[in-house]
Design a binder for this molecule. Sequence first.
Ligand SMILES: O=P(O)(O)OC[C@H]1O[C@H](O)[C@H](O)[C@@H](O)[C@@H]1O
Length: 449
Amino acid sequence: MGNKVSFDYSKTAGFISAHEVAYMKETVEQAKTKLVSKKGEGSDFLGWINLPVEYDREEFSKIQKAAEKIRSDSEVLVVIGIGGSYLGARAAIEFLRHGFYNNISREQRKTPEIYFAGNNISSTYLKGLIDVIGGRDFSVNVISKSGTTTEPAIAFRVFKEMLENRYGRKEAAKRIYATTDKARGALKSLASEEEYETFVVPDDVGGRFSVLTAVGLLPIAVSGADLEKLMEGAAYGRENALNLPFEENDALLYAAVRNILLRKGKSVELLANYEPSVHYVSEWWKQLYGESEGKDWKGLMPASVDLTTDLHSMGQFIQDGSRIMFETVLNVETPRENLVIREEPSDLDGLNYLAGKTVDFINKSAMNGTALAHTDGSVPNLRVNIPEQNEFCLGQLFYFFEFACGVSGYILGVNPFDQPGVESYKSNMFALLGKPGYEETHDRLTKRL
Ligand SMILES: O=P(O)(O)OC[C@H]1O[C@H](O)[C@H](O)[C@@H](O)[C@@H]1O
């Protein structure tokens, strides 16, 4: 199939022998069985495995309708959320839509501008966004599975007040869409009280695996992307991950290869892209792998670079610094746009040797040259080939990484579906803020500052 996302580790020959991958087969298949039989640690959070084929059709059409309403009555949509309630939607919108989505004209874009908030605690950022919205009509999609996360809750207070001041409480409520747990959490109570339209984050889908639920789908739909194709792509990724034999199963091979490299002493996986619009796929991937595997003092550290940009900043280190990493390149095979370099009569810039070549040909030459250089510098290079930046490929890509992540976590021997470490900063922050119930820690921590 010409639109299959695929994994290629053929360039790792100097670092991994064929028999090493074959030797991993049993371990990987055991991990896969543990995952799909739902008998492993964290098995209450495996709803994402069948989501592409079993998703709630009613919720899906409710999402499409809400998106239509937002498109018709809003110039701007503010999407409030953090972590798994933020990164998937942003990754998808940047990957699928115009590279300067918010800057092109409404006629060209046909959909509202989309901004993200609640993913930091910066008042400068909040005020900046308030200025950007100005007097224009806007709506808010507030997303929090737990309904209790501080960052989005703060941003929501600010934009809720702005909406209420502009439209009155009742009309404001019609512009607020809340995506949260079906029963629990402060956001759910608030939404019920104020009669916001709500969307459900299923109990058995953890935040970082929730991009194909309403969490990701509502903002993605507002941006004008095709949700059906996205789900079809994910379903195709699922078919491949569940059914292909080990030797042809890209998700399993990726899980195998990264664990082989970890066991050989690599401690960092660097996800590299050559398209700025893929940047947030890397951010999404970092949360997926970082929260799933980084525990019990184990795991590969997920990091990312945008190339060729970062070859001029991080390039030296990757080529020649501590040999702690391997690199996984996200390769968009056919770019959305492709400009041709023209011939110039004087050739003062010395670029005429490229006349008639496309910019993407130059980009791919940079990518191939870099892969060889990094390989020569002892950085094993893996590649994930993405035929095109469309919904079908993105659905596959999301599923490929999710499935590989579950399998990889079990190979590593951790529970890939919890994130206990995230709580430490939160309880310190609450204590320092003087949240009721944290009095004793407050005194202890204040002395240490
Ligand atoms: O959706 P929420 O409950 O607001 O959570 C948002 C994010 O923050 C938490 O601290 C978790 O570590 C993440 O896994 C989660 O995606």
